[in-house]
Design a protein. Structure first.
Length: 315
């Protein structure tokens, strides 16, 4: 799959294509429905499918607030490729871009660079300065420029599936609910760094403490069952482990910094410092608690591990 950082990097000889446009933060079930429509159009027209996504998130530029990131750009691109995109154009979202008229947006990106034969967007799609353009306006401009437009109905499960809903569920610790909207477990990724070493030296549960990128969408404080994996698998070695995952500030030790720490079940021999890892959240075991005695915390951790075994189907 091809990746272009900005429309100026689209090859000059790029021919006609089917273009899907959206932020795609989350690549959730609603986004996948949009992409499925684009793939169908690509097959009908025998043309490649190009997804246009935006980075940073438009909210960060327009309102100065970055929403918790569900899928970093690299992960987003990989998922879009898995779901059928032939190429992804990562469009830098800037004040200049937000100030363009709908006509300028269509001409400079969809027509001059991507040579769109068909464009697929969500039915609530807005574009151009002050979100002046909608699907009807896009269709009008498309008729003039020679491309068709599909405004795909939003997917709902009683309520519309949106990235905002996913973020809300994660903040509540409902990782199973978030996974139902995403169509896969929520994942965070980061490098394993040194922490306080209490897990190994004091508690008997050595953990991988992850350094996460800013604005990562981290589930609410608590203990979770999930999977700990290497980003780059080791040839001939283990790369994925069932895990008990702690998210929070370690209140029993008067902690202040929020961390994500994962204990690979039954493993005290893993050396993961400096390794990039992912954590996939499967289910919430309990909320964060403060224990009066260290022995109470250790007993709770043993119970957590046993509940993780049941949830993950580990004997």
């Amino acid at each position: 799959m091809r990746r272009w950082d900005g429309p100026e990097n689209v090859p000059s000889g790029w021919g006609r294509s089917v273009v899907a446009v959206g932020v795609f933060d989350g690549v959730h079930r609603g986004h996948r429905a949009l992409l499925e429509t684009a793939v169908e159009r690509g097959r009908e027209l025998d043309l490649p499918v190009v997804v246009v996504t935006f980075d940073p998130h438009p909210e960060a530029v327009l309102r100065g607030v970055t929403p918790p990131v569900l899928t970093p750009v690299e992960r987003r691109i990989g998922l879009l490729g898995e779901y059928g995109a032939d190429a992804v154009c990562v469009m830098p979202f800037t004040k200049d871009l937000s100030a363009r008229t709908p006509e300028e947006f269509v001409r400079t990106l969809l027509v001059d660079r991507l040579h769109a034969a068909a464009v697929v967007v969500g039915e609530d799609f807005r574009f151009g300065h002050r979100a002046a353009g909608d699907v009807a306006e896009l269709a009008r401009l498309g008729a003039e420029a020679g491309f068709t437009v599909d405004g795909v109905a939003l997917v709902a499960d009683g309520e519309t599936i949106t990235s905002t809903r996913v973020r809300g569920l994660l903040a509540e610790g409902d990782v199973a609910g978030a996974a139902a909207l995403l169509g896969r477990p929520h994942r965070v990724e980061g490098e394993v760094v040194h922490g306080a070493a209490r897990g190994r030296e004091l508690l008997g549960f050595p953990t991988a403490n992850m350094d996460l990128p800013p604005h990562t969408a981290v589930p609410g404080d608590g203990v979770y069952a999930g999977w700990l994996s290497r980003v780059e698998p080791v040839r001939g070695g283990e790369s994925r482990w069932p895990a008990a995952i702690s998210v929070g500030t370690n209140p029993t030790f008067d902690g202040a910094e929020r961390t994500v720490e994962s204990y690979a079940l039954d493993r005290d021999d893993l050396e993961l410092y400096g390794v990039r890892m992912t954590v996939d959240f499967t289910a919430r075991i309990r909320g964060q608690e403060r224990f009066a005695q260290l022995d109470d915390l250790i007993a709770a951790m043993h119970r957590d591990v046993e509940r993780c075994r049941v949830v993950l189907g580990i004997s």
